[in-house]
Design a protein around this ligand. Structure first.
Ligand SMILES: [Zn+2]
Length: 239
């Protein structure tokens, strides 16, 4: 093989550094949606509570209207009876009328009490809605702010990634094709780590001992050596 190994190894080491950076940037980009989601859920939750409170207020308002028209009906009955009572001839008949009127009035008062209690509830619910609206506003602001920051971070990371990618192209151009293929295959199945240092006769990629003779050869670094166990390309940090 005609390439100058020392130089090739140096290029591979630097290529690995670039690829490690690219992988780490890709991971950070991938983690961004989850980061945003953490701020989106309180906003969504607050919105849901607000909608619920609004629905409750609406049904309470409807309840109040129903009760009010019920009270009106009673009042109409009372009015009609009162009008009729003018034509009554006997005391007995009149007493019966009064009793009936009293019954309807009682019913009306009872309903009016209910309306009052509904109105108190309405006040509490309205205050509650104001609180929920403030919460929605606050959580939305936080979410929008975070969304903006994350968008900026994404743009920044993509730009960084592009820089590394063009740097990568330069390095790849100098690496022997066969060696590059070996590197790429290793990168794929060895979890993004194809070139690893060896220290104290141990491969730092898989923590397996390296035979002393091979370790000495790696130290000289005049050839490409692979860990016999994990097959990663080794270089020595102790020279
Ligand atoms: Zn190894």
């Amino acid at each position: 093989m005609g390439w100058k190994l020392n130089e090739q190894l140096k290029l591979l080491i630097e290529l690995q550094e670039i690829d490690t950076s690219i992988l780490s940037i890709a991971e950070r980009i991938e983690a961004l949606p989850a980061k945003l989601e953490k701020f989106k859920s309180p906003f969504k939750e607050a919105n849901l509570l607000l909608q619920k409170a609004k629905t409750q207020l609406e049904s309470l308002g409807k309840n109040k209207k129903d009760k009010e028209s019920e009270a009106e009906e009673f009042q109409e009955k009372v009015n009609k009876l009162k009008a009729k009572s003018k034509d009554v001839k006997t005391n007995k008949e009149y007493e019966a009328f009064l009793k009936e009127i009293e019954g309807f009035e009682k019913g009306k008062y009872k309903i009016e009490d209910q309306v009052l209690s509904i109105m108190e509830n309405l006040e509490t619910f309205t205050k509650n809605i104001q609180k929920e609206e403030a919460k929605v506003k606050k959580t939305e602001e936080e979410f929008r702010q975070q969304e903006k920051e994350i968008e900026e971070e994404k743009t920044k990371l993509h730009a960084e990634m592009e820089t590394y990618k063009s740097k990568r192209k330069e390095f790849v151009a100098g690496i022997d094709a066969e060696l590059y293929e070996q590197y790429m295959n290793l990168l794929k199945w060895a979890g993004g780590l194809a070139v690893v240092p060896a220290r104290n006769e141990v491969c730092l990629g898989c923590n397996t001992n390296i035979p002393p003779q091979q370790y000495n050869d790696i130290k000289k670094s005049d050839s490409i050596f692979n860990c016999y166990y994990c097959k990663r390309i080794l270089y020595c940090k102790e020279q």
